[in-house]
Write a protein that binds this ligand. Sequence first.
Ligand code: UD1
Length: 385
Amino acid sequence: MEIHLIAAARPNFMKIAPLYHALKAEKSLKPVVVHTGQHYDLNMSDVFFEDLGLPAPDIHLGVGSGSHAEQTGQVMMAYEKVLLQEKPDMVIVVGDVNSTVACTMAAAKINYHSNNAPKPAKNELSAISYKLGRPLVAHLEAGLRSFDRTMPEEINRLVTDALADILWTPSPDGDENLANEGVAPEKVQRVGNIMIDSLEMMRAKIERQAACADLDLEPQKFGLVTLHRPSNVDSAAKLKQLCRSLIDISKHTPLAFPIHPRTRKNAEGLGLLSDLEKADNLLILDPLNYVRFMNLVFNCRFALTDSGGIQEETSYLGIPCITLRPNTERPITITQGTNRLCELDDLTATVDSVLNEISRKKCQIAQWDGKTAKRVVKSIKGFFG
Ligand code: UD1
């Protein structure tokens, strides 16, 4: 059975790595890594493959940047050709990036028996994909909702979950959201959080890193910043205010800020990057590899972010997280984790209050335990009998 694992952007790589390794260990399953090329810089893509022990992608679509419609359309066009050629039995998409929805749409609409496809022999495909005339589509990290349709990722989540045949959720709120949208319960299986599998898989290497010493940061005394959402960094007024706040905070608490290409480009364009770089205790870094970045997460006093994954990783590790967004698709990180939402106007006050709290509480979230990939493999075997 051939299973395509779709990898596209930085947050996808740590979701497919544990799954790739678990599938590879099964004789009857053949994982094939498909990289769409949505993220293409060495430090946004290749270093993660290296860190997480992933092989070079079997198939590379080489799509690159573009507007949402361009990027989504290009991935669909390129992946449709691959589907007709390779005829996988299953396609697994993860997360909520443009490539997630694009590959889902391409796979859900393909017809292996159509006139422009070389007709498959019965024994080339599993009984299910032969009958369907297409691969089964499974979404890992299904059911998350911010209920904010101004976020491109929310549109990607809604469309992906509407089309996927199998929906693997990380937490009960995911199950509930899908039930409210009328998804048949037999399609939904709660498997837990795959990001935690990567973290546990790499824990020894992460702990051995000396990122703090190299960067002259004192463990537990600095804040770790990552910001890249269009809602925070695409508006000039907001980005200016954000940079001012970071400079203010850094006057009393050192900050490490591995800067996303989108944020760098916008800050540079507005002449803000040099202000950030000039601030004494504000360390502007290039994007880091997984192991080095996670070493900073393990050792920071708090994280300030608008990323999805970091809300989860800090909750798991018991590290305070300030999420600079009006909503989150991961509410369990607030109710059972260490996360809190924050408006830009309240940022400096929120950092002050976090600094006055006693940090590190034990993670309470069920199935965030490093065993999600195993549960996914069990689920796949169940579907294919
Ligand atoms: C994408 C995902 C987002 C995810 C984020 C993690 C969508 C809609 N968004 O956002 O969900 O949290 O990745 O990073 O899919 N760029 C580079 N080098 C790269 C990649 C991108 O320079 O390797 C530049 C692009 O040219 C573009 C900008 O960064 O100008 C944004 O890239 P894009 O993939 O559109 O969205 P992200 O903001 O990275």
